[in-house]
Design a protein. Structure first.
Ligand code: F6R
Length: 615
């Protein structure tokens, strides 16, 4: 989603801003732009599409010396919300070529502000909500305010979730920044300061970071930064030393980040496990911190793939620990009146730690008096900073928009939580706990074996690449995986795909079956496989192309399937308990190879963003 970077006090600031924007590319965007003040004039360049278009334009202008000398610049990658993808709507948005603003989020009351500004004679060139910001700055600066006071007056007028940076030719050594719900970090340099949507976007410039808190605004100058809270009280925010620059994460010889992230799962998942399992046998999660002093029920909130991880978590926690779990879409939880009866604790799951829906659900959970926990990958993210207790997946940056290693690592933590709760509340014996820890240790090798199915999955990808629609089926622990498999396929290959609980087919979705529609089922012999095979048979009888990814026993039973992938042999209990993690691998590979066949932009699929910072 939209990314913001600003540099103050360094020569060639616009090029440094571009370096930062490159690091935000993975979030997903559809246009980009930068603005700087050079020789007293505001210069701006924008382009549609990828950053490379902006860089080419910038290079041409640099040759013309337009941008050669600037020490203040801001830039933006835009993920369209209000207004189509166009040069006019790309940021920075300006007012009379004197003020430039880059913004992430939505100004909810922009329509009324726009009408007021138009009545005052301001001319709007874009369809964006953002354009009210530069005009409001202009209005207040024209009334004699400095940048800080103008910014404060602007904040009084606007509503919504936002993070923005404003710059004016009249104050060429200052940036005004503010955040409300959307993330924003300030980087401290030597006679220079920086602003970015996250720490990573400015870690080529500094490792000293301040995260603004909600409602904060700040005046950033070359030698100092003054931060104020929502009551205009000057405040000090903690300076955090982030890890030395990790620079641009590379693809390590793979064609796409997604491919790399799928194949590195055997290596990174032990990093997840090792934070919570000691001596290969002892779980170190603090249940008191999790809010489980007593047996209570749990509410899990998340979005997208993280939500599906939550669904699997529910199955595990109920099965292993006998604790009731409710799973809710974060975007729903916030806007209904959920009952917290019997609950003491909320668990949110978010790879980025920035999904606004999930953040809002978390805040709401706090308001309701719940103890809040989060499974997150990005340390220092907004959710990490606001939650009571964070459990880190530690799988390194995930750059591909489609979540892969994050999903499996979230599952690892959920499984460990289930085991830990099982020990305390469901009489799980030490030996049983040790076995579960052992299973975690077995996972990397098992995933290596699952990855060896690659060539067979490629054949299936070839087979379904031209399908208009694909159906995924699963039962029990593999039902949420069917939903995840469908999500993965649709988001990167753009083929319409839906996942259903196998038993639900006959209650409606079976109407979708026609000749040659691929129906993909993940199946393991767990005692219920015959039921699922019957469901498959029903689809087969109506002409569907049946694709079965299953263990040997199921493959033999469902010999009618058109295409079959037999998964390697694993110990029974390990295979059935950890089936969602094991079967994630073929689901991810399938989506990846279909997308590759179709030539889509695998890592940055159309319309999608890695960090979804609007509601
Ligand atoms: C799908 C995907 C999204 C995210 C969702 C939540 O592959 O990546 O569905 O899972 O946007 O994101 P996080 O986990 O960052 O809150």
């Amino acid at each position: 989603m939209c990314g913001v970077v600003a540099v103050l006090g360094k020569r060639n600031a616009s090029h440094l801003v571009i370096e930062g924007l490159k690091k935000l590319e993975y979030r997903g965007y559809d246009s980009a732009g930068i603005a700087s003040v050079s020789q007293g004039l505001l210069q701006k360049i924008k382009s549609e599409g990828k950053l490379v278009n902006l860089i080419n334009k910038l290079d041409r202008s640099t040759k013309d010396k337009l941008y050669f000398d600037n020490s203040i610049a801001l830039g933006h990658t835009r993920w369209a919300t209000h207004g189509n993808i166009s040069l006019e709507n790309a940021h920075p948005l300006t007012s009379y070529n004197k003020i430039a603003v880059v913004h992430n989020g939505i100004i909810e009351n922009y329509q009324i502000l726009k009408e007021d500004l138009i009545s005052l004679g301001y001319n709007f060139k874009s369809q964006t909500d953002t354009e009210v910001l530069p005009h409001l700055f202009m209005k207040y600066i024209n009334l004699g305010n400095d940048l800080l006071d103008a910014g404060r007056l602007v904040l009084k007028e606007i509503k919504g979730a936002f993070a923005f940076v404003a710059m004016s030719v009249d104050f060429p050594d200052q940036l005004f920044v503010s955040r409300n719900s959307s993330p924003l970090a300030i980087g401290l340099g030597d006679k220079a300061n920086f602003v970015g949507s996250d720490a990573h976007s400015i870690d080529h410039l500094t490792q000293r970071i301040i995260y603004l808190e909600d409602g904060d605004h700040a005046l950033v100058k070359i030698n100092n930064i003054n931060i104020f809270d929502k009551n205009y009280k000057k405040v000090k925010r903690k300076i955090i030393n982030i890890q030395a620059e990790i620079g641009l994460v590379t693809k390590g010889g793979y064609k796409h980040f997604m491919e790399k992230e799928i194949f590195e799962q055997p290596v990174v998942l032990p990093q997840t496990t090792s934070s919570f399992v000691r001596n290969n046998s002892e779980i170190t999660i603090d249940l008191d911190k999790l809010g489980f002093k007593n047996k209570k029920s749990l509410i899990i909130c998340a979005a997208g793939t993280s939500y599906y991880a939550g669904m699997i978590g529910k199955y595990w926690i109920e099965q292993i620990a006998d604790i009731p779990v409710t799973v809710d879409l974060a975007s729903e939880y916030r806007y209904r009146k959920p009952s917290i009866f019997g609950q003491s604790s909320m668990l949110v799951i978010s790879q980025s730690g920035e999904s606004l829906d999930t953040l809002m659900a978390l805040r709401y959970g706090k308001e309701l008096g719940l103890k809040t926990n989060a499974i997150i990958n990005v340390e220092g993210s907004t959710i990490d900073r606001e939650v009571d207790y964070s459990l880190y997946t530690r799988v390194g940056p995930e750059i591909g928009v489609a979540s892969t290693k994050s999903f499996t690592s979230q599952l690892v933590i959920l499984f460990i939580i289930a085991a830990c709760l099982g020990k305390k509340f469901n009489n799980l014996k030490t030996l049983q706990i040790q076995k579960k820890c052992h299973y975690m240790n077995m996972l990397p090798n098992a995933i290596v074996k699952m990855l060896e199915l690659e060539s067979q999955i490629k054949i299936i990808a070839q087979n379904i690449k031209n399908s208009k629609s694909v159906i995924f089926l699963g039962r029990g622990l593999l039902y949420p995986l069917a939903l995840e498999g469908a999500l993965k396929l649709k988001e990167i290959s753009y083929i319409h795909a839906e996942g259903f609980a196998a038993g639900e087919m006959k209650h409606g979705p079976i109407a979708l079956i026609e000749d040659d529609v691929p129906v993909i089922m993940f199946l393991l012999s767990d005692g219920n496989e015959d039921k699922s095979i019957s469901n498959l048979q029903e689809a087969y009888s109506r002409g569907a192309k049946i694709i079965l990814i299953a263990d040997k026993k199921c493959i033999v039973k469902a010999s009618f399937a058109h295409l079959k992938v037999e998964i390697p042999h694993f110990e029974n209990e390990f295979q059935s308990l950890l089936s969602p993690i094991l079967m994630s691998i073929p689901a991810q590979l399938l989506a990846y190879y279909v997308a590759k066949e179709r030539g889509t932009d695998v890592d940055q699929p159309r319309n999608l963003a890695k960090s979804v910072t609007v509601e």
